[in-house]
Design a protein around this ligand. Structure first.
Ligand SMILES: CC(C)(COP(=O)(O)OP(=O)(O)OC[C@H]1O[C@@H](n2cnc3c(N)ncnc32)[C@H](O)[C@@H]1OP(=O)(O)O)[C@@H](O)C(=O)NCCC(=O)NCCS
Length: 252
């Protein structure tokens, strides 16, 4: 697979509800720590999803790097963000992973940090109270504007996924207080970073995009602006990255 062009992010959709045979194939790529981690999930579905997500991540990255999946090495940043290990030399490939129930996304960019988040649409108890407590006032106002036009939990999760994609791109994750920056995700299309209390130049430098992942999930990716997203589908059953005949989908 050719690395993403400058400004482009490849987002791989991975169906985690994979048949047992494909799960066993993907498990062969994992190292002992990854296998041990998967074993700690209490349910069979949890174990399967963890193995498929970690195996798919290795297969996707290996294809860009021209390696066997088991040979891909990782290191972690100060707040736990996985990155490619230095053994891969001066590769500029950056990635991020997110999973929710039966869907995982692997975002890949070249030379720029990237963050991705997917959320299964669900009822979030007391969503508006949570927003008032943790979100920026501009986002709370946005949520009030859409109130009634779409379910409260859905709007909350849409805004949440844009925010989480941004803090995952930074590598800080949820250690970053969510009211120290603001996204416009609900009344603006495309979404964008509105304000960053730590770096006033951020809104010009970062792009945030919603990713269409079907009616049951909401998802977003954050990377350096201008951001173009190419959506691709990973087929765990095929030895090739996507199913024969399936064409990569382009989405901006
Ligand atoms: C990382 C975090 C954002 C994940 O949120 P989530 O909604 O549960 O999970 P997602 O499915 O979207 O993402 C999980 C993936 O993000 C990646 N990830 C882990 N830490 C990350 C970070 N700091 N930044 C970006 N990505 C990270 C991993 O690939 C992880 O996959 P894995 O769980 O299979 O290992 C959240 O757990 C978090 O912020 N935790 C706090 C981090 C922390 O306290 N670090 C130590 C002190 S700085």
């Amino acid at each position: 697979m050719t690395a993403p062009a400058p400004g482009e992010v490849h987002v791989w959709l991975v169906d985690l509800s994979t048949p047992e045979s494909a799960t066993a194939d993907l498990a062969r790529y994992l190292d002992p720590t990854e296998l041990e981690r998967a074993k700690r999930f209490r349910t069979a579905a949890g174990r399967r999803r963890q193995i498929v997500a970690a195996g798919a991540l290795r297969r996707v990255l290996a294809d860009y790097l021209g390696l066997e999946p088991g040979a891909v090495g990782f290191r972690v940043g100060p707040c736990g963000k996985p990155e490619l290990a230095l053994q891969h030399g001066v590769t500029h490939l950056r990635f991020n992973l997110s999973h929710s129930e039966d869907l995982a996304l692997v975002a890949v960019a070249d030379g720029a940090p990237v963050g991705v988040d997917v959320e299964r649409l669900r009822i979030v108890p007391r969503a508006s109270q949570l927003a008032r407590r943790y979100f920026h006032e501009a986002e709370i106002a946005d949520l009030e504007t859409v109130n009634g036009l779409e379910p409260e939990s859905q709007a909350f999760l849409r805004c949440w996924s844009c925010k989480e994609a941004f803090v995952k791109a930074l590598g800080e994750g949820l250690t970053r207080p969510l009211n120290t920056f603001a996204v416009a995700a609900l009344t603006t299309d495309p979404a964008r970073l509105l304000w960053d209390g730590r770096d006033p130049t951020s809104p010009a430098k970062w792009g945030i995009a919603d990713i269409d992942v079907g009616p049951e999930y909401t998802a977003a990716v954050a990377a350096r602006a201008p951001l173009r997203v190419r959506r691709l589908r990973f087929d765990p059953v095929s030895p090739r990255l996507f199913a024969p005949g399936a064409r990569p989908e382009r989405h901006t």
